[in-house]
Structures are given as structure tokens and as C-alpha cells.
Write a protein that binds this ligand. Sequence first.
Ligand SMILES: NC(=O)c1ccc[n+]([C@@H]2O[C@H](COP(=O)([O-])OP(=O)(O)OC[C@H]3O[C@@H](n4cnc5c(N)ncnc54)[C@H](O)[C@@H]3O)[C@@H](O)[C@H]2O)c1
Length: 393
Amino acid sequence: MGNRLNVAVVGLEFGAEFIPIYQRHPDAEMYAICQRTRSRLDEVGDRFGVAVRYTDFDALLADPAVDVVHINTPLQLHADQVVAALEAGKHVGCTIPMAVSVEDCERIVKAQRRTGLTYMMMETTVYSREFLFVRDLYRSGALGRLQFLRASHHQDMTGWPSYWDGMPPMYNATHAIAPTVSLGRHQIESVQALGSGAVFDRMKDAYGSPYAIESTHLRFLGTDLGAEVTRHLWAVAREYRESFDVYGAVRSFEWEQTETAGHVMHLGERPERVAVPDFADRLPEPIRAFTTGGVYGDGSEHRSFTQGGGHGGSHPHLAHALLTAVRGTGDGYPDAVTAANITCAGLLSHRSAVEGGTRIPLPEWTLGDRAAFEIPLDQAAEPPWTGQTAIVP
Ligand SMILES: NC(=O)c1ccc[n+]([C@@H]2O[C@H](COP(=O)([O-])OP(=O)(O)OC[C@H]3O[C@@H](n4cnc5c(N)ncnc54)[C@H](O)[C@@H]3O)[C@@H](O)[C@H]2O)c1
């Protein structure tokens, strides 16, 4: 590896959003791009000024100059591509979910162990401004003991590529599951789920999944803390929403109901609106602007603040986390074992729903040996307020 890490971005729809970030990151060389269609490959390459271009993923992996592969292809391809990239000696960041079967998650965990290279699941929600804000508050003691967590991901996938049709909602629930796990770095011990409502008949056979909504209860390892997660993909009327509510003994955080409503912090029974900062100061200066938008290769800017469009300002944090993990100065969270715990919790929740709500334990290989960060109830008297932002009156 040279002074700068040579990054290759694979899959250039969602993936293209990361190109200008790597181009400005001081530790990265935005070296190569890859996607199947030559015309789209050239369009993106010309737009951002990336010279090295591949239509074939294996040819990209054979390029010895590539240090890091950031994969953003359809979810059914993640497992094969991640394992191939690790086996080819590349560090890997891969978008969500880790894979679409428990067996494929295990293949990635084993490949990461075998090679010792970085694998990071590029989960946007745990690098969103809201998550960073609440995590800081929790760690400072301001929330007190965690008592319950609730998260949701509502999204209507009408008009998305057809490979999504009929997918069980919990197969792509990492945006909602990950924040519940990540706040205290807990691990999911078991799941118990309910399927509700119906999807369109034409979708029911694809995965044998009939439900409009799946809702799951997560039980965490070594603690009495639990969480509930709700997910839908079709035929439910609701604005796009990724959310999590955190119920502490002292303070609770509730996600905005709609894009314009604003988040709420409860101190005891007293609710107040809160403003959430961007945490751009935690990033190298050249990529800070991407917490509120992006600057493309041609100098044009786009601004995106919403969860659906900008994923809570997470993209530069994610790119930075991947690069620091490869450098050995960051932990690349969620790592392979954690990503498997999060992803398999969704996959097994669907199984639980189909089985009428059986409680299903997570496989042992999705559990690490680290302890969660917990605050005892008797320390939950009024702690010092160390929040980064003022409570808006
Ligand atoms: N917030 C988030 O984290 C977030 C948001 C959007 C999408 N995603 C994830 O990103 C992934 C891609 O989503 P999308 O909407 O961009 O999908 P898409 O189908 O629109 O685009 C997929 C891209 O992958 C490329 N591709 C497909 N097969 C390939 C192959 N064999 N080799 C190289 N390139 C290949 C395609 O050419 C295309 O550029 C999905 O897994 C999705 O879950 C995550």
C-alpha cells in the first residue's frame, strides 16, 4: 500500500455518491470504477474524471494496484463479490445488507477471518447525524440506563429494480436493526417476529413472503434490554422514514414523525425539540461539506439533508471509517461478525414471522466476546449535560 489507498468503487448508481468523497479524502486515491454497462461506466468516469474503468469485476480484482474495494451492487451479489475480493487480497467495504442468506453471511465471516483483511458493512444509519448525536448523549450518561429501543424503516420500493419485488421486508432491515445494536455495542441473542398485512399477489411467490410489514423483537445478549423493529417495502402509506427511538431512564430521544417535524428529547415527562449537529468536525477538512451534500467532479454541488436522499450526512463518515479501518487506526464498525449479527437478525426474523412468531437464536458465530456499554440504573440520577447542542426551547 502506498501513502494513499487506491480505492475502487463497484456499482455506480448509489455507489457513485462516494466517488467525489474519495477524490477529496487525503488518504485516498479514487483509482478505479466498475460496473457492467460500458456506456454508464464511461458516463460516470467522464463526469468524475476517473481513468481506470472495468466492466468486469474479476478483472478489477486482478489489478494489483487496487487496495480497497467499495461494493455497491445489487444485494444478491454481495456475498460472492465480497468473498472474491477478500480472497484476491483486497480490503472490502460493502453496502447493506451483508448478504441475503445466513449461509452467505457465514461465508463472509470465514473469508474475513481467513484473510485477516478489513471487511466493513457500509451501514449508513450508524454514521448518521442522529445516531452520532444520540450515541454521544448515551455515552455521556445524559440518557441514563437504556430501557428500550424502537426503530423503523419505511420505504415504498415501487419503481426500484425488479430484483426487489417480493423481498421479505426483514431481508433488508439493517437500517433499522443496526442503530439498536450499535448504540451500546450490544449483540442480538434472539429474535421473535410478526408478519402483518399483505403484498400484491404478483410478488408473493418470489420469496414466498406474503407480508406488507414485518415487526421483530430483538433480545440482546447478557442484558435485559430489548428492541422492536418495523419494516415495510410495499403497499403501506407512509413517507420514507428511517428512525430510532431511544428510551432511557433519564432522557429519551424520539425521531421526528415527518421530515419537517423535528426530533424530540424527553427529560422525564418534559418534551423539547432538539437540533442535531452534523459532526463534520470529526472528518478531514476536505470532505466535511459532504455531511450536508456533495460536490461532484465537475464542481457542481448537490445538497441533501433527508434520510432518504442524504442518509443523515453519513456518506463521508462511512468512507472515512473504511479508510481508517484499512489503515489500522479505526475499528471499521460494523465489522464482519457484527454485520452478520445485524443482517442475520433480519433474515431470521422473517423465518420467525413465517413460523408464527417462534423465538430464534442467532448463530454463535455472529457473536463476539466484547462487552456492551451499559449504564446502571442507580447511576441514572441527573448526570452532567455534555450534549453538543443546545436544547431548542
Ligand atoms: N442507505 C444505503 O445504505 C443504501 C442506499 C441505496 C442503495 N443501497 C444498496 O446499494 C446496492 C445497490 O443499490 P442501487 O439502488 O444502486 O442498485 P442498482 O441496481 O440501481 O445499481 C446497481 C449497480 O451495480 C452494478 N452491477 C450489477 N452487477 C454488477 C456486476 N456483476 N459487476 C459490477 N457491477 C455490477 C450495476 O451496473 C449498477 O451500476 C444495494 O445493495 C442497496 O441495498 C444502500
